[in-house]
Design a protein around this ligand. Structure first.
Ligand code: SAM
Length: 210
């Protein structure tokens, strides 16, 4: 990667007991965004929003990659410690950004130009889904799809006309089924990057209006 990963030196090890520590999925996401830099810059985005920002590493990276003074960077997270962590990472790396405590997305109509989501994708019992703690970082319920499946129907209404949505998945999430759902909403899907990390087959999916 030629663009540096945002500095996270302001975190203590103990912080990662409460917020998601950037890992292989996060770094694959950064690699994919870097690969897409030309496309993302050409979009000339006004509003970028990341759902589930955790440490804030991904949105801070996006802002350094494409940042212009006319672009608004917003993040959401259901975990209040993640909102604070995201703000501190942005501040530490001199990036202006607003972090909202919110379940998935605020109700913005056809506003978001770049939407990002590294969701809780791990297959777990459904009973683990829906907490506001560190467990919300990974608990995806049946097929790891319970949070993902709540986002998919919101994408069309939230995204602007000229926009893009990137999402991290693992093979257990059945990416082809996700592609079919999004096709029904008018979005085409491509795989930007894939990597095996331990027992996870990670992919970065890109959705754009057809
Ligand atoms: N974006 C960070 C990264 O890539 O390192 C963190 C990703 S972590 C896999 C998933 C994040 O989504 C966690 O910070 C978690 O708190 C957040 N999250 C889970 N469910 C959410 C929901 N319903 N609304 C908003 N954020 C959610």
């Amino acid at each position: 990667m030629s663009h540096p990963t945002p500095s996270l030196s302001h975190f203590k090890r103990s912080d990662y007991q409460h917020i998601y520590e950037p890992a292989e999925d996060t770094f694959l996401f950064l690699d994919a965004l870097e690969k897409e830099q030309g496309f993302l810059t050409d979009l000339n985005p006004t509003v970028c929003l990341e759902i589930g920002s955790g440490s804030g590493c991904v949105s801070t990276f996006l802002a350094t990659l494409i940042g212009g003074s006319g672009t608004l960077f917003l993040t959401t997270d259901i975990n209040p410690r993640a909102n604070a962590a995201t703000l501190s990472t942005a501040h530490h790396n001199h990036i202006p950004l607003d972090a909202l405590r919110c379940d998935l997305l605020p109700s913005l109509r056809h506003t978001i130009d770049i939407l990002l989501f590294n969701p809780p994708y791990v297959v777990t019992p459904s009973s683990e889904v829906g907490t506001h703690s560190i467990v919300a970082s990974w608990a995806g319920g049946i097929d790891g799809r319970e949070v993902i499946d709540r986002v998919l129907p919101l994408v069309d209404g939230a995204l602007s006309k000229r926009s893009v949505f990137y999402m991290v998945v693992v093979n257990e999430n059945r990416p082809e089924e996700i592609a079919e759902r999004m096709r029904m909403c008018g979005f085409g899907m491509e795989v930007v990057l894939g990597r095996r990390a331990g027992n996870e087959g990670l992919k970065i999916l890109k959705f754009a209006r057809q």
